[in-house]
Design a protein. Structure first.
Length: 319
């Protein structure tokens, strides 16, 4: 009887152990199925319609990313990149809604520091931030928001000296020609060889347009500005100057398309490609528009919307 009892207890223990392993395996399989690559989504609960005070807004924005698992490590591949990118884009738009630059930058730095829990998660968020804030074709392209992210990248212990090369270069460019600061000067050359400087242009506003000959979008923006009543009126009254700069080296192509630019504009090129050499302006995407005030302070940086230029001019005219 004693031996029978021992056998029964032993079988019971083995059965319990097998059940435990089986349950663990089942849970692992369930988790694998639940978080298959590209299927996991971050839940965003912030609803502006339910926010009644600035304190509630601050609380909601501070907890915006609470559902994201910053400790997931290599399992970050389970997240739906496009869905998280959309959530980040919405987050960026919230940060730009009347929040101080100091507060905005602090929140962006805080987000990136949370992502530093592991290299995979950090890479995931730097990729998303680049797509939303740095891609010149993004409607939310914004150097001012991208600067704190680049600063975290350059200082992060997760990146080695080679990994820091690109963000360091991008940070150098982003820190130039910032909104509210005086734009870098440009020495431009006309078709007749005469030269001038951006800083000596005397008008209430200056539009600097970096353009390439034969570029379809450049032609579209040129047509939009030419047909704008506001811009045409300000050009006629000498209150606005448009400086169109060709920054590359194919002068034959530039001369062939010289007539594409209205005669009321300054149509010039960058002799010796000094802008590219000295990296005074970010020419990653062309066309690129800058709106400057009478002191050559930047009002719009690296834009492409004529309507936005009109809106900013009208805003300052009503002040």
């Amino acid at each position: 009887m004693k031996y029978l009892y021992i056998i029964i207890v032993t079988l019971a223990l083995v059965s319990c152990n097998n059940t435990r392993v089986s349950r663990e395996e089942s849970e692992a399989e369930a988790n694998t199925e639940q978080y298959a690559p590209g299927t996991r989504q971050v839940k965003i609960t912030m609803d502006l319609q339910r926010i009644a005070s600035w304190e509630e807004y601050n609380h909601a924005i501070e907890h915006y990313w609470d559902d994201f698992d910053f400790e997931c490590g290599e399992d970050v591949i389970a997240y739906d990149t496009m869905q998280v990118m959309s959530a980040f884009a919405q987050y960026a738009s919230y940060l730009g809604a009347g929040m101080s630059a100091e507060r905005r930058d602090s929140l962006l730095r805080g987000l990136m520091h949370r992502a530093e829990h592991s290299r995979p998660v950090f890479d995931f968020f730097t990729h998303i931030a680049e797509g939303v804030l740095h891609d010149p074709n993004s409607p939310l392209h914004n150097d001012e928001m991208y600067i704190p992210i680049l600063e975290v990248m350059v200082a992060s212990p997760l990146l080695d000296e080679y990994d820091r090369i690109v963000p360091s270069y991008n940070l150098e460019l982003a820190l130039k020609n910032r909104i509210g600061e005086v734009a870098e000067d440009i020495v431009y050359t006309l078709a007749n060889g005469r030269q001038g400087r951006l800083h000596t242009i005397d008008s209430d506003y200056t539009i600097v347009m970096f353009s390439n000959p034969g570029c379809p979008m450049c032609g579209q923006i040129t047509a939009e500005m030419s047909s704008s009543p506001l811009i045409s009126q300000m050009l006629a009254s000498k209150r606005l100057t448009i400086l169109c700069i060709y920054p590359d080296a194919d002068l034959e192509a530039w001369h062939n398309h010289h007539s594409d630019i209205p005669s009321s504009w300054i149509n010039a090129y960058d002799k010796g490609m000094k802008i590219t050499e000295n990296r005074t302006y970010n020419l990653a995407a062309i066309p690129s528009l800058y709106l400057l005030d009478d002191q050559k302070r930047v009002l719009i940086k690296d834009g492409y919307s004529v309507a936005n230029i009109e809106g900013v001019i009208m805003y300052f005219e009503q002040m």
